[in-house]
Design a binder for this molecule. Structure first.
Ligand SMILES: NC(=O)c1ccc[n+]([C@@H]2O[C@H](COP(=O)([O-])OP(=O)(O)OC[C@H]3O[C@@H](n4cnc5c(N)ncnc54)[C@H](O)[C@@H]3O)[C@@H](O)[C@H]2O)c1
Length: 138
């Protein structure tokens, strides 16, 4: 059994696939991006940390990874990320809605602010939605 899983870990399982991953400039998203690339996928990292995201792509190799600025709380950013990925690669196979934030800790419940709450909800629950109308793929 161990031999089978060791072999399957070496066999590229995402050859030819294109993946768009949010929040992949660091943390779990970065690990997902690196794992996908190791399995043969081209990855697009979408994040608000431009410098970090770009340097992760450079480290991975610009032939396999590219960066796009995308704030998941801004709908036009999410559409732009999808469209830019499809424009670049002419397809999109996998979308990983990984980006997520925590609200800053408040000492008292009455310090909670509606706009902070709404931002957390937006970033954590907004999903990338395909908008392929402008690039001729639909
Ligand atoms: N780390 C854990 O133990 C754990 C456990 C359960 C779930 N998760 C979830 O996994 C995901 C990743 O967690 P992590 O620990 O790697 O977090 P992290 O904070 O290390 O990374 C989050 C990434 O999301 C990006 N991001 C933040 N706001 C964004 C926005 N508005 N638009 C686009 N990108 C944005 C950040 O810049 C960062 O690169 C989160 O959704 C988190 O809730 C993590």
């Amino acid at each position: 059994m161990a031999t089978i899983s060791a072999v399957s870990a070496l066999v590229p399982r995402l050859e030819g696939k294109v993946a768009l991953i949010t929040g992949a400039a660091r943390g779990l998203g970065e690990s997902i991006a690196r794992m996908f690339a190791r399995h043969g996928a081209k990855v697009v990292i979408a994040d608000i940390l431009d410098d970090l995201g770009q340097s992760v792509c450079e480290d991975m190799g610009l032939e396999v990874a590219s960066f796009i600025h995308c704030d998941m709380s801004i709908e036009s950013d999410t559409k732009n990320a999808v469209n830019a990925t499809v424009d670049k690669h002419r397809k999109l196979d996998i979308m990983v809605n990984n980006a997520g934030i925590l609200d800053s800790p408040k000492p008292s419940i009455i310090d909670n602010d509606a706009s902070d709450f709404e931002r957390v909800i937006k970033v954590n629950l907004t999903v990338l939605v395909g908008d392929f109308s402008s690039n001729g793929l639909r």
